[in-house]
Design a protein around this ligand. Sequence first.
Ligand SMILES: C[S@@+](CC[C@H](N)C(=O)[O-])C[C@H]1O[C@@H](n2cnc3c(N)ncnc32)[C@H](O)[C@@H]1O
Length: 569
Amino acid sequence: MSLYYEAAAVLANADKVGGSLKSRLYKQKDLKSSPAQIFALVAESSKWSIVLRDVVEKSGLLTEEKKLTPVLALLLAHDLLLKNGIVAPANHVLKLAINRHKARLQAEFTKTRIRLGYSTVAALKEAVRDGALEDSPENAVRHPRWVRINTLKTTLAEQLATTFAGYQKTEDLAAILTASGNAKILLEDPHIPNLLALPSKADLSKSSAYTKGQIIFQDKASCFPAYLLNASPEDGDVVDGCAAPGNKTTHLAAICSERSQLADALAQGVVAFEKDPARALILKKMVKLASADKLVSIKASSDFLAAKAGSNEFANVGALLLDPSCSGSGIVGRDDIVKLHLPSASLSANTDRPQSKGKKRKREPEKETQPDTDATLQLETDDTAPEETPLEGKLAERLQALSTFQRRILEHAMRFPNARKITYSTCSIYFEENESVVFNALASTIAKERGWRILKREDQVEGMRNWKKRGVWEDGKMEDNLNSEMKVEALEGCIRCEKATEDGTMGFFVAAFTRDGGSRQDVLQMTGAGDDEDEEWNGFSDAEIPTPAPELMAQATGKTRKKKKKHMN
Ligand SMILES: C[S@@+](CC[C@H](N)C(=O)[O-])C[C@H]1O[C@@H](n2cnc3c(N)ncnc32)[C@H](O)[C@@H]1O
């Protein structure tokens, strides 16, 4: 076997040896290539994969060379474009395949380099070496610094005239993505009101607007749920079921406050549940810093699943935002992993990536050498523990536990008798935690009894309606006895964000649910059955709860502000 086939097989974990890249390599006794050579190829290709993915896709290589898998294409493109060529005899099938596309690949490589803003190959190499293109917190190219203007304390106009005075406005996110950290350039987001994009290295943490809670660092995708929920004064109170550290809670409060001012109505209350006591403290600080404590009532150390939906306490709840614990797979990755951004055959040549609108993800026949159905293949480089369970097995079990919990949360929200709006979101890229939870919840007894349905794209607030990336379907992940028209409509209603793309977002998923009003008496009668079912739930492992981003913790644990009077209506 050639170096490339061997590397692809190790990545695919075809022999099911499990463990990290290094342990997989050193357990293979019959490798023709040296483990060090394979390791170097994989590690180097992984660093370049964010660039090479686009090059391979745009070249049309995968469409034309059916023998190549995404992993093989990436490894070969790496050696062809960045090394001294393919390590294989002249008539080797892989060498012949990649060499047929040499000119096109080189041209696409040049175009990608220029698009990324590097005038020379040496400059691009330096950026790749420094990890400047990766979707890490240090990312200089793919992830802007998103800044939400906290309208509970200030206005966009005020901030543009003060904190951002002298900044040049652009409508081109690419300009933000490629700007240096100290460039005074900003973009007013076209989808989310009161949201700005700045260069990723822009440091506003010492600005008075930040320390006063007038601006909040919040990823664009994370602003989708509160905006999509679109709660208005006539909806009554709003529940945030899984609230800490509180970004979405304070966003909700800001939206509710604005709407009530516009409607000249009393602002509705926001009830924020947080099960974890330590995180509830962070939530309290965040809410106070944002001056949301006038609207938000915090249920600290409270399990949302234990809330009696039919009780008088929640009789005025008309909308719920659910952002439960998830795998966090959409969040920026760790440093001790090799991460290959895989090209997709379906996105090859002349298609914008990624495009998933209501379509099945393509599974190529070479599935064997493509171990991960996601666009990114991640693998630890080193084993820190002697455990050797295959990663895929662990992941599948974890996803199963998470999706069961997430579905419980969502179905519990559907029991609130006067609720008419729900959003469900995760910062996960996995179908199991996203579309699968949505479809399973829609098929539940409670959803059918109460008439819950997905909020159609055409009925969503403008910015969300205009967002292009929608739900995806993955074959074989759940029973598919769905009416195809409804399935397409539901997927179209779901919203996805991908990380490390030109959109500048983290990996994220959100869907909204709605239902028409029924008689209040009817729905109250139904509530009893639902509450019994809730009691079976025995909680969820805290180990699954992702920790908040350091910047959030810093903001939350900063100086406390003067306490304002809290009230709920
Ligand atoms: C993904 S985080 C929420 C992030 C938050 N929405 C934000 O934007 O800042 C999930 C939170 O839900 C909490 N949680 C998990 N299960 C819960 C439950 N049953 N009831 C209340 N909170 C829960 C976790 O402790 C965690 O703080």
